[in-house]
Design a protein around this ligand. Structure first.
Ligand code: NA7
Length: 577
């Protein structure tokens, strides 16, 4: 580890002999610096924990770096009331280590945020990972020295870490999207974002609270907060489709059966679109193959089963507008049945996007909350927010007095955190410049000009469209398949070709274009962040298809990847100069 003094180049100091330093785009490179570690892993969420264990298991040295002062990533930060996963707990967990899945017991079908956070701590403790992590430290830069072949990772405490491999395990939903509302800085009450919820949960009892945003976070927050506060205003720009979790305790015999069959369950999960075993409510037939009565019966069964898998009740819900409408109309009927005020019910029914176009929300008591006397829906699409004053939100001419504002306004998803780090590859090329017209990584994992840099669940992988644990485990395995091949070939660096990236980008775009997902203003498309390039980022073909694609490419002599050594790149560089 090397201290970086103010004004000193990332490469100007380091162990080893420094010779042949040069200036290139403001970067000084040094031929003979040595690595502090084999790998740096950025982030100590679930991906980071899996990577740290996997590097160490292979006898490699690794340094984890984490901004928070604990493990868990998303679940470390998201401590808002009502936070839960929307994938069933028994599947929202690691399968790579048989002991972990046998020793941990989930208590509910959909675990709460605190329980998932405890699970992250259990994993870190059980695998003895904490000593590998520098907590309360943020990565500011990662710069590739193409002469030494090392990544120089700059930290916010002024130090640097040099490593052969750099893995970004920074999460898909970790950079908050904060609205730029006039006067927000004048508000004298408290303002919270669910993704930065105070660890000492604020007292909301008896307060007047406004929630802006009705995505998954807002929808989970509303019923939990409504029980505590004097008055809750739900400021809705767009209604979302919300499906009941039908949550409940997990009984010991259910859990025992899951544990007994875990190996097969994990294997099957990878062979599905969403990364978990499919309930019997899912059919591989289109809606049109059923009569109207049969359709209704199937949708009722899926609703009673619970969860976002409702959107897979028919095979073509996310590809065929007619099928989509059948399912959307069913949900509209449910909303009208639950919400007592017909005008409020109408406002809660989405009309601007197909079911599944935005991430479907899974709730416990969201629609029911609007029957409470202390909850009011405020339609800010019809009458937008004008400004925020010291103690109120002005909506049209109306001033809504509030003590607390919760900005459940989402995240700069998938690329936000990566672009916030100054990542530079060969010849000082910046990743954020490479991605300014659209972000794409080959297999979601690697970008040309950024050798030995991996983006776990990056753009171009199923990531958020799938159970994140399956997405993470598959990507971590891919990293180590590439590293094994690197070793096998006696090479030092691996990176994809530009042609491979382009062709992968076309595949990802073609798949997305064949669905209705591209028709909604969703965060999958970057549509929620003003100025963000509009491009469907995840691979929408499902996990099973993604696994097949990866295996096919790897079996063709690692099609799309180049393996080389640092010297050959240095020579190419010298020639280029
Ligand atoms: P989402 O799903 O991005 O939802 C954000 C919500 O905030 C959504 O209703 C937005 O309305 C609303 N929003 C965003 N910006 C504004 C402004 N400026 N004014 C008013 N309303 C705004 O984020 P979540 O945190 O709920 O969920 C993210 C993921 O976390 C979720 O999908 C799960 O995977 C876990 P819009 O729809 O854009 O009109």
């Amino acid at each position: 580890m090397v201290r970086r003094d103010a004004g000193q180049s990332a490469f100007a100091a380091g162990p080893g002999i420094h010779r042949g330093c040069r200036e290139d785009g403001g970067i000084v490179t040094s031929a003979y610096e040595t690595a502090d570690f084999d790998a740096v892993v950025v982030g100590a969420g679930f991906a980071g924990l899996h990577l740290l264990h996997s590097f160490r298991e292979r006898g490699m040295t690794v340094q984890g770096v984490e901004a928070g002062d604990g493990v868990g990533g998303t679940w470390y930060w998201n401590r808002y009331p009502g936070a839960r996963c929307d994938v069933e707990s028994v599947d929202y967990s690691f399968g790579f280590h048989p002991d972990l899945q046998q020793e941990w017991s989930w208590t509910e079908r959909y675990a709460t945020g605190p329980e998932i956070h405890r699970y992250a701590e259990f994993v870190a403790n059980r695998l003895n990972l904490r000593d590998l992590i520098r907590f309360r430290t943020r990565v500011e830069s990662a710069v590739f020295n193409e002469v030494s072949g090392l990544w120089v990772v700059g930290l916010d405490d002024g130090t640097e870490v040099r490593a052969r491999f750099c893995v970004m395990a920074t999460g898909c939903l970790s950079t908050t999207n904060l609205p730029d509302i006039e006067g927000i800085g004048d508000f004298t009450g408290d303002i919270y974002h669910p993704g930065r919820w105070p660890h000492e949960s604020p007292m909301l009892q008896g307060k007047r609270v406004a929630v802006i945003g009705t995505g998954s976070s807002g929808i989970q927050l509303v019923p939990a907060v409504a029980r505590e506060v004097a008055q809750l205003y739900v400021l809705q720009r767009s209604p979302n489709y919300v499906m009941p979790a039908q949550n409940g305790p997990l009984h010991p015999e259910q859990l025992a059966e899951v544990k007994r069959t875990y190996p097969e369950r994990r294997r099957m999960s990878r062979r599905t679109r969403r990364g978990f075993p499919l309930p019997t409510t899912v059919t591989n037939q289109p809606a049109s193959s059923f009569s109207a009565a049969e359709q209704h019966e199937r949708l009722e069964a899926a609703w009673a089963h619970g969860g976002a898998i409702f959107t897979s009740t028919f095979d073509d819900i996310t590809t065929n507008p007619d099928s989509n409408q059948v399912a959307a109309d069913f949900i509209a009927g449910k909303i009208r049945g639950i919400v007592k005020d017909p005008a409020v019910a109408t406002k809660l029914i989405p009309t601007d996007h197909p079911l599944g176009g935005k991430r479907p929300c899974v709730d416990t008591g969201y629609y029911e909350a609007f029957n409470r006397p202390n909850v009011e829906l405020v339609d800010i699409r019809e009458t937008p927010v004008q400004r925020i004053t010291s103690n109120a939100i002005q909506v049209g001419e109306r001033l809504i007095d509030v003590d607390v504002i919760i900005l459940a306004t989402g995240y700069d998803a998938i690329t936000g955190t990566l672009n916030a780090i100054d990542i530079r590859g060969r010849r000082g090329v910046k990743l954020r410049d490479e991605w300014c017209d659209g972000a794409m990584a080959y297999l979601g994992l690697m970008a040309p000009k950024f050798p030995n840099l991996f983006t776990i669940t990056g753009p171009g992988s199923p990531s958020v469209l799938c159970n994140m644990f399956v997405s993470i485990e598959q990507h971590v395995e891919l990293v180590f398949t590439l590293l094994a091949e690197l070793r096998q070939r006696g090479a030092e660096v691996v990176e994809p070709t530009q042609e491979a990236l382009e062709s992968w980008g076309e595949r990802v775009a073609d798949i997305a274009d064949s669905t209705l997902l591209v028709t909604a203003n969703s965060w999958y498309l970057g549509a929620n962040v003003p100025g963000k390039v509009r491009q469907f980022m995840p691979y929408a073909g499902g996990m099973a298809s993604f696994v097949d694609d990866c295996e096919a490419l790897l079996s063709m002599d690692f099609e799309g990847f180049t393996f080389g050594d640092v010297a050959s790149y240095s020579e190419q560089e010298a020639a280029a100069r």
